[in-house]
Write a protein that binds this ligand. Structure first.
Ligand SMILES: Cc1cc2nc3c(=O)[nH]c(=O)nc-3n(C[C@H](O)[C@H](O)[C@H](O)COP(=O)(O)OP(=O)(O)OC[C@H]3O[C@@H](n4cnc5c(N)ncnc54)[C@H](O)[C@@H]3O)c2cc1C
Length: 228
């Protein structure tokens, strides 16, 4: 949707982000379900699973061309919830033996009950916090009546299916230790390295551009020293 006040290509208006670990119930679930290595990583002190920020306009991922009836103009904010330490793992497989064919990528977003628990509790808590702000009188705009003020898992399922998506922080498709070694060389293939965000073996609780530059700088040094 594009209006006088909403211009997608101008960037998102927001001025802070917050990171937080998953709630206690999710941490308990993680203790029960995860392998011991994954569990200690997930529950490590200071490890963050969630990111939240508020955008001072409507972020509407639908293909609507015109504002909905009753569009409240500038009096709109959008709550953005991001899972930055996903337990779910996607898959990447070849579509065919033709190298020009795009591969088949299935990110399997929110496939793990741990991810759904962390994310849904986060959505619930944020909604309750916003609704508790005195004098704000926040109401949800643009949702069906059965969703309004409904923060059950089932309702959040519907919201996630309708407007959820990725933050484009894809990684792990050529994970270090599985596909490449610690110098980004592809195992069992000579003279081939992968140097991009695909080599991160685990999700980073961060945005990916800077870490990807870090990998690129490091790999450039390794490559240069190997040919020197
Ligand atoms: C819309 C969007 C918003 C984002 N916002 C942020 C943000 O705010 N902060 C942040 O930290 N991260 C952000 N990211 C994530 C970040 O941009 C990526 O994680 C990062 O760019 C990944 O780097 P990469 O080198 O792995 O892949 P890419 O940056 O995608 O680089 C791959 C390169 O390979 C080239 N290429 C592809 N196929 C071929 C081929 N066959 N031959 C030759 N070249 C080829 C492509 O043209 C491209 O230049 C965002 C990503 C997107 C898509």
């Amino acid at each position: 949707m594009e209006t006088d006040q909403v211009h997608w290509l101008a960037g998102l208006p927001y001025d802070w982000m917050s990171f937080a670990p998953a709630d206690a119930k999710t941490q308990e679930l993680a203790k029960q379900v995860l392998s011991s290595a994954d569990r200690s990583r997930y529950l490590a002190e200071g490890k963050m699973q969630l990111e939240n920020f508020i955008v001072y306009t409507a972020v509407d991922t639908s293909t609507r061309k015109k504002p909905l009836e009753g569009w409240p103009g500038k009096r709109v904010i959008s709550l953005m919830h991001v899972l930055v330490d996903s337990v779910s793992r996607g898959t990447l497989t070849l579509r065919s033996s033709d190298p020009a064919d795009a591969p088949v990528l299935d990110p399997r977003l929110l496939a793990s009950p741990i991810d759904r628990s962390a994310m849904y509790e986060n959505v619930r808590e944020t909604a309750h916090a916003i609704q508790a702000v005195e004098g704000l009188n926040a109401v949800e705009f643009g949702v069906d009546d059965f969703l309004r003020d409904n923060w059950s898992d089932e309702a959040i399922d519907v919201r996630a299916n309708r407007s959820g998506g990725s933050c484009f922080h894809y990684s792990g498709t050529c994970a270090m230790g599985e596909v490449v070694d610690t110098e980004c060389r592809v195992y069992q293939v000579e003279r081939l390295r992968v140097v991009d965000s695909g080599v991160f073996p685990l999700p980073l609780a961060a945005h990916y551009q800077a870490p990807t530059y870090g990998v690129a700088e490091q790999a450039a040094d390794m490559i240069l020293s190997s040919v020197a």
